[in-house]
Design a protein around this ligand. Sequence first.
Ligand code: CMP
Length: 140
Amino acid sequence: MSESQTTFIMVKPDGVKRQLVDEIIRRFESIGLTLIGRRDITPSLELAETHYGIHKERPFFSEVVDFITSGQVVAMAWKGENAISEARKLIGATNWEEAEPGTIRADFARSIEENVIHGSDGEDTALFELELWFPDGLEI
Ligand code: CMP
């Protein structure tokens, strides 16, 4: 079933430093999604900890928070048919070594932490993340 959705996508500091943002945007446009929000920011500790709150008890929590607060990220809202699952397909598996060839992570990630990009993993997560990163609202 096809459904219009909006998903939250973040190019992480490694992707920004390596100037991958334009290429990543091109790939999202090529699957027919529309960019409806963008913020280029260095996340605060509070924002990063809230974003990754679900992983609070995991051993990598402090590392992943340190990593995404280490520089500028590009937070984006992408809208379109089945945007959440279509974006996840384009991004590839969290573990870059398991990512399908041609996905963003297979092409660019260098480790499980430096995996270039984050994408919401479901509808509830997308709503939570969009509200967190776009507190002034979006036309979703
Ligand atoms: P992301 O999709 O942003 O969600 C959680 C992040 O934690 C993940 O991508 C990885 O960048 C990072 N991470 C670091 N170590 C691990 C791990 N062992 N398992 C899962 N995610 C990890």
